[in-house]
Structure formats: C-alpha cells, structure tokens
Write a protein that binds this ligand. Structure first.
Ligand SMILES: Cc1cc2nc3c(=O)[nH]c(=O)nc-3n(C[C@H](O)[C@H](O)[C@H](O)COP(=O)(O)O)c2cc1C
Length: 144
C-alpha cells in the first residue's frame, strides 16, 4: 500500500510536522510543488495553514488538481499560531477535498506553530511525537 505526505509551509512549522508524519509513515515529505498529481496513493497526508485569514491559494489550487480516482483517502494536518484557530485550516482543507470528491479521514492533526511572539518553540518535541502517533494511527486504519 502506498502513502504520501504533502504540505505547503511558508515559515516551516507545517513542514516540520510533515517531516515527522513522513518519518512515521516511512516515506518522504513533499512540498505540494513536487508532488505528481498523477501518482496513485492509498493514503495522502495533506498539510497547510492559514495566512491573512485564508487558505494558501496554491494549496487550494493543488487540491483542485488532485485526481479523485487516484487518491484512496486524505488525512489532513495543520499548524496554527493560536489554539482557538486549530480547526480553521483543517476545515478549509477538508472541505476543498470533499468538493473534489476525495474522502477524508475523520481524524485530523493540528498543533501550535510559532508566529511572531505567539507559539514560541512550537512545534516542539511533544508536538512532533503527537504527529507521529497521528501518522501511525492513520496508516494503521487506512493504508493496509
Ligand atoms: C504572513 C502570515 C500571515 C498569517 N495570517 C494568519 C491569520 O490570518 N490567521 C491565523 O490564525 N494565523 C495566521 N498566521 C499564522 C500561521 O497560520 C501559523 O504561524 C502557521 O503555523 C504557519 O505555518 P507555516 O510555518 O507552515 O507556514 C499567519 C502567518 C504568516 C507568516
């Protein structure tokens, strides 16, 4: 079975989480610009964040280009400067995937990411450990 990890990250927080997920899922984290949308994937992890109140446009475009016949299921992850905003990017990514006809895992992952004076030192080792657990849980459920 085939698992891939893709992400968009402006300042590196989501990239760190993507790399932890990829390590646990025994694959390589790929920036969305490097991922071939014609690849067939049983489980695709997709990560992103909020900038200026919205999802990164290139991530929305990437999801619109995914082929629903080639993706078994997507698992969404994100980083957020504020705990109160944890669900924002996750929900936008999930909704874009649903619009594209790609089933999503019920569970998702989000942790804090540093932004200006907020969330300093995040993602930290505990966040990376939690992300790895999320990856193990998702691959156990959807990729076997
Ligand atoms: C230019 C910029 C704009 C941001 N705008 C928002 C925002 O409108 N709302 C919000 O909750 N977080 C905002 N953030 C915080 C990011 O969502 C957060 O730091 C996230 O972890 C960034 O992920 P990244 O390091 O993978 O790019 C912004 C961050 C940056 C760098």
């Amino acid at each position: 079975m085939n698992t891939a990890v893709t992400f968009f990250s402006r300042t590196g927080n989501t990239k760190k989480i993507a790399q932890a997920i990829a390590e646990a899922a025994c694959c390589t984290a790929q920036d969305i610009a490097a991922f071939d949308v014609q690849d067939t994937v049983d489980l695709l992890f997709i990560g992103g964040a909020i900038y200026g109140g919205a999802l990164e446009p290139s991530l929305a475009e990437f999801i619109a280009r995914l082929n629903p016949e080639k993706i078994g299921r997507a698992a969404v992850f994100s980083t957020s400067a504020s705990k109160t905003r944890y669900g924002v990017a996750v929900n936008l990514i999930r909704n874009a995937l649903k619009d594209r006809g790609i089933p999503t895992a019920d569970d998702s992952f989000c942790c804090r990411g540093k932004f200006l004076f907020m969330g300093r030192k995040h993602p930290n080792d505990a966040d990376l450990g939690d992300a790895k657990q999320f990856a193990v849980s998702m691959t156990g459920r959807y990729s076997q």
